[in-house]
Design a binder for this molecule. Structure first.
Ligand SMILES: Cc1cc2nc3c(=O)[nH]c(=O)nc-3n(C[C@H](O)[C@H](O)[C@H](O)COP(=O)(O)OP(=O)(O)OC[C@H]3O[C@@H](n4cnc5c(N)ncnc54)[C@H](O)[C@@H]3O)c2cc1C
Length: 422
């Protein structure tokens, strides 16, 4: 395929931006459609925890997790909560979410598929960041899981065994080794697991913005509008409809994250995509911080020392995408952060703390949708990455470009079929 083939990429989050750069590198002509600032706070790619966790292969659900449902419904501030008024709409998604991880073999199936997507991701991001002139935004120092005790780590052994079967290696750190690595960490954490192959991004919003700037410098046309649908005739894509008129094109990519459901439907596929809402809190100029990005296993939050300050991110809230944020959840994250790194002030001045709420674009089985659309193979789905959309964006872009060029994808896309729940 040559540059006379015109590709419209809809959405300039991490997935759309990485896809655009790789399409241009492959010699394709690209128009990017994005109504807001690329990498801006409307995008999940802006406020995430920045983990480039190629070992994050386990789906969010696990066998027996259904026993927690009553707690999730009762506690609106728990690490996972479901808003009552949204429950009737959430039930079909929740049923699939629980079913897809009902047994360990199902979890292993998901882990194997996710590993094929995520393996080697930090190096792919390093290459993209270097090309975009922001190599400092991607670091590969490994990621740490901090546990209260070795016993707590052993209680997670099934999950780690699945990771080991996927070729993931780690180092176990006793109390002394953990605190030698992380002197600012609260002493209640006495056991650590360091996964050296992984990396982190020091400013995901700026990284996405830099990729879009790179795409523009390589010739991409950035249109500040919203895509609304497709002109498809006899299976051939003619144009993408936008609020500002049609953009004629040969092929299109749906990379609109959590907002992809309607465009997917117009492309012939009904996908059970839901918003798994999350929050972050950032404390600027922190007095204490981790050397290595850290997941605190007891409270299921991730802490990452970013260009903009010390960010703690997490929480899962199943609610309407556009429901008002519950900022109490972000305040909980702030309070957790100061308890994890005691050098931070117990009550940081509010002008030092920044809060954000966003939504993970989540499929119930924890796998994204990557593949051609039913109504026209000229349209490619590329969304639904849930908890791993930043780390997964680089390989996704590569796979999408292979599809756009009618090449065989380098990994099997069967587990990522947009039709797997049909
Ligand atoms: C609290 C939290 C922590 C997270 N931590 C991590 C992490 O550490 N590591 C990781 O890998 N992932 C993490 N994630 C998940 C990750 O952020 C997402 O999976 C990823 O950002 C999704 O990227 P995307 O490009 O698909 O969507 P988005 O980043 O949401 O981008 C979609 C873009 O499409 C645009 N758009 C929407 N509708 C239209 C339209 N009709 N026309 C044109 N454009 C449109 C939007 O404006 C937006 O800019 C986290 C998420 C949250 C909420």
């Amino acid at each position: 395929m040559s540059t006379d083939q015109h590709i419209v990429i809809i959405g300039a989050g991490a997935v759309g931006a990485a896809t655009a750069v790789q399409a241009l590198n492959a010699g394709l002509r690209v128009t990017l459609i994005e109504p807001d600032s690329p990498g801006g706070p409307q995008a999940s790619s802006y406020g995430n925890a920045g983990w480039l966790s190629s070992h994050s292969v386990l789906p969010p659900a696990s066998p027996g997790v259904w026993k927690n449902l009553p707690r999730w419904l009762k506690d609106p501030l728990g690490p996972l909560a479901i808003r009552w008024n949204y429950l009737p709409r959430a039930i079909p998604w929740l049923v699939r979410y629980l079913a897809s991880a009902w047994t360990w073999p199902r979890v292993e199936h998901t882990a194997h598929a996710l590993r094929s997507l995520l393996a080697g991701a930090p190096a792919l991001h390093q290459a993209l960041a270097a090309q975009a002139g922001v190599p400092h935004l991607i670091e590969q120092r490994g990621l740490l899981h901090a546990y209260l005790s070795e016993q707590h780590f052993r209680a997670d052994s099934r999950a780690w065994e699945i990771r080991r079967n996927e070729g993931i290696q780690w180092e176990e750190l006793d109390n002394d080794a953990l605190h030698a690595l992380e002197p600012d960490l609260h002493p209640r954490y006495t056991f650590g697991v360091l996964v050296p192959e992984t990396g982190h991004c020091r400013n995901p919003g700026a990284y996405v913005a830099a990729l879009v700037q790179l795409a523009q410098s390589l010739g991409a046309d950035l249109r500040r509008t919203r895509a609304t649908g497709f002109d498809i005739r006899a299976g051939k894509l003619r144009a993408v409809h936008t609020l500002d008129g049609d953009i004629p094109c040969d092929k299109a990519v749906i990379a609109t994250g959590m907002r992809s459901r309607e465009l997917a439907r117009q492309a012939g596929d009904r996908v059970p995509l839901a918003a798994e809402r999350g929050y972050h809190a950032v404390i600027t100029q922190p007095e204490g911080a981790p050397r290595v990005s850290t997941m605190l296993a007891d409270c299921r939050v991730v802490v990452n020392n970013m260009e903009t300050g010390l960010r703690v991110a997490g929480q899962v809230e199943i609610a309407d995408i556009d429901a008002a944020p519950n900022w109490q959840r972000a305040h909980i994250l702030r309070d957790l952060l100061v308890s994890i790194y005691p050098a931070l002030p117990a009550k940081p001045a509010e002008d030092r703390v920044d809060y954000w709420q966003g939504s993970r674009p989540s499929m119930p089985d924890g796998l994204p949708c990557i593949g051609p659309a039913s109504a026209s193979k000229d349209i490619v789905h590329a969304y639904g990455h849930g908890h791993v959309g930043l780390v997964g964006s680089a390989r996704t872009g590569e796979l999408v470009v292979q599809l756009l060029q009618n090449h065989s994808p380098t990994i099997s896309l069967e587990p990522f079929s947009p039709r797997r729940f049909a």
